[in-house]
Write a protein that binds this ligand. Structure first.
Ligand SMILES: [Zn+2]
Length: 216
């Protein structure tokens, strides 16, 4: 299903658009389809949000809401795997990277490991091991500052392994992050944030919403 959305021409891949008074149908590209899917699954919300960083934003993304559908997770994983170089191991940071990392590893037919924080520092636990000669790709759900990605890269490098690439479903970075190897994402959507004291949405008196705190 998603494979169609991400590439082939289907009836859904046309979108009504306008230039001034002229309306026409245009073909949506793969990223536009994916964003539409995020919207449909309420994994991408638009409004006025208080982020965990304390900053305000006109949109909010929660990848877990799209990854709750195994079929979508699987197809996103195989789409991302096609962009990544062949590795020996896929490594992801817990929790956000686990589902998509697993699906990328399934598509590449390689091992999947995750690292998790212990006293604030990412480590391999549970007996997971990476051999020094192994090639690793790091897979995330979302890259924003790249901090957790870089920490995950550090885990692989500490084991003596070589990170040959990074993949994420969504790239929300403002500037291209510097990672070893190649960096690929399925959707580029730079994050817009405002300081609470300088937020145009606050000055329009639009109520701010803390995502996840709303009662359904
Ligand atoms: Zn605000």
């Amino acid at each position: 299903m998603l494979q169609e959305l991400l590439g082939k021409t289907t009836i859904e891949s046309w979108q009504l658009a306008s230039t001034g008074s002229v309306w026409y149908f245009r073909r949506m590209n793969g990223s536009e389809h994916l964003l539409q899917l995020f919207r449909d699954k309420k994994a991408f919300l638009e409004g006025h949000f208080l982020l965990s960083s304390g900053l305000h934003s006109p949109n909010y993304m929660q990848c877990a809401l799209i990854l709750q559908y195994p079929e979508i997770a699987s197809e996103l994983g195989s789409s991302l795997a096609k962009k990544l170089s062949r590795a020996d191991v896929v490594l992801s940071p817990a929790m956000g990277g686990i589902i998509i990392g697993h699906e990328v590893a399934r598509a590449l037919n390689v091992r999947f490991l995750f690292c998790e924080r212990e006293n604030g520092i990412f480590r391999l636990r549970r007996g997971f091991e990476i051999a020094p000669d192994e090639k690793v790709v790091v897979v995330e759900d979302v890259v924003t500052t790249g901090k957790s990605t870089r920490e995950t890269i550090g885990v692989a490098e500490q084991a003596g392994a070589r990170v040959i690439g990074v993949g994420s479903i969504v790239d929300r970075s403002l500037e291209p992050p510097e990672f070893p190897g190649t960096f690929h994402s399925l959707l580029r959507l730079p994050l817009t944030v405002y300081e609470a004291s300088d937020c145009p949405l606050c000055s329009q008196n639009i109520p701010v919403v803390k995502p996840g705190s709303r009662k359904q």
